[in-house]
Ligand binder design. Structure first.
Ligand SMILES: Cc1ncc(COP(=O)(O)O)c(C=O)c1O
Length: 403
């Protein structure tokens, strides 16, 4: 994999700011878009910007074919059995909210999660707890911040109806042992929802091999357009769920008093959809497939290993979360004693165009439970190079000397 060659496809990376190149290390939040994705979206707008699945004229047919092909491409990418198991959403958040509102959980049912869930996989269940009296259980991490599989096993019971859990963490890049988690959940007849926002973009994820029932991820974190997401669901389960939003395109027929829903995925995709962006997302998938996610994962780990090694010699710098870079992907989250995280982020940007995220990264619960005010997070992707990493390290050396 040649990261330097890959960079040529990304218009943003051709920019210089204040005479210096950009070191983009904010990929867990938003990835940059290659020319191919932008072109695919433009083609829709320039050549066939019509309605999908409604209009039967030539442009409508062309749009429908491209849009449904996008669904097929994405289904194959995650190993779904059929494309009808892929529901288009705006993001991971929408996918999880759809499930929380559609699963019809009842008072006394238990939803189990880890202690490092993103707010998207925390608040919908908190609300359900208040509204319907469902119980929530949270598996605490071990002292080294890895997943406590024994603790998880002990928390399982016949009332646990759903395990809704993160795959790779956006706070430190740690990947949970999901196969073991699924096996235990299945032994207890619980459904498994996987928040794959930080795994699908970076590693091979196959829904059938993992045995998950539902999986949600976001297109904007994998070279795709903003505001794109996917919810995968096993078809037999989707058939029995009711949508929480309905309207145009979700129904086969209505009268003044009744309606008949379409089968999945249409019944979950209410109103006119983001056609151009989903076609763009399929192009992003093709791009990732050409590079190979196993190569991307290896590349990020190499850079992460290098950065972690360099950081270990820096006074006052502490990596947060799981320490071993072999257990993390391309995320390095850290604090510098005596300098506030936002200040570190601003200094990195000012000095060297190194763009990171600072704060609690929408995992406030994890930070607050540990009394950690926040961290600086560098998150890597396929277009980052060893030179990017060196620029980052040099800037950090200057900053840590200011303490
Ligand atoms: C692990 C994880 N889950 C869920 C989300 C929510 O994604 P989105 O804002 O695209 O819905 C994010 C976003 O950062 C994330 O990192």
């Amino acid at each position: 994999m040649d990261a330097k060659k890959i960079r040529e496809d990304f218009p943003v990376l051709q920019r210089e700011i204040s005479g210096k190149p950009i070191v983009y290390f904010d990929n867990a939040c938003m990835t940059l878009k290659p020319r191919q994705v932008i072109q695919a979206m433009n083609e829709y707008y320039e050549n066939y910007s019509a309605c999908v699945g409604r209009s039967i004229h030539k442009l409508g047919n062309e749009a429908t074919e491209k849009y449904e092909n996008a669904r097929k491409t994405i289904a194959k990418f995650i190993g779904a059995k059929k494309e009808k198991e892929v529901i288009f959403t705006r993001n991971t958040t929408e996918g999880i909210n759809l499930l929380a509102n559609s699963l019809n959980l009842q008072k006394g049912d238990i939803v189990l999660a880890s202690d490092r869930e993103h707010n998207s996989n925390l608040i919908p269940w908190q609300i359900l707890g208040k509204k319907k009296g469902i119980e929530r259980r949270i598996v605490k991490s071990k002292p080294d911040e890895t997943f406590d599989i024994e603790g998880f096993k002990n928390m399982m019971s016949k009332d646990v109806k759903v395990v809704s859990i993160i795959h790779s963490s956006n706070l430190d890049g740690y990947t949970l042992p999901i196969k073991e988690i699924v096996d235990i959940a299945k032994d207890n007849k619980a459904l498994v929802i996987l928040d794959a926002a930080q795994s699908v973009p970076h590693k091979e994820v196959n829904v059938r091999k993992l045995g998950v029932d539902f999986l949600a991820f976001s297109g904007h974190k994998m070279l795709g357009p903003t505001g794109t997401g996917v919810l995968y669901g096993r078809y037999d389960l989707l058939e029995n769920l009711n949508p929480f939003m309905v309207g145009g395109d979700t129904v086969e027929r209505t009268t003044y008093d009744s309606f008949r829903l379409l089968p999945p995925p249409e019944k979950f995709e209410a109103g006119l959809q983001n056609y151009a962006s989903m076609i763009g997302l399929a192009e992003a998938v093709r791009y990732l497939d050409r590079v190979g996610r196993e190569n991307i994962e290896k590349h990020e780990k190499e850079l992460s290993r290098f950065i972690t090694g360099e950081m270990q010699g820096m006074d006052g710098l502490k990596i947060i979360g799981v320490q071993d870079p072999e257990l993390r992907g391309g995320i390095i989250s850290f604090e510098i004693d005596g300098i506030e995280y936002h200040d570190v982020a601003i200094m990195l940007d000012d000095q060297a165009n190194v763009m990171v995220r600072s704060g609690q990264h929408c995992v406030h619960s994890w930070f607050n439970a540990r009394n950690i005010p926040g961290s600086v997070r560098a998150s890597l992707y396929l277009y980052n190079t060893k030179e990017d990493a060196e620029t980052f390290i040099e800037a950090l050396k200057t900053i840590t000397k200011l303490r």
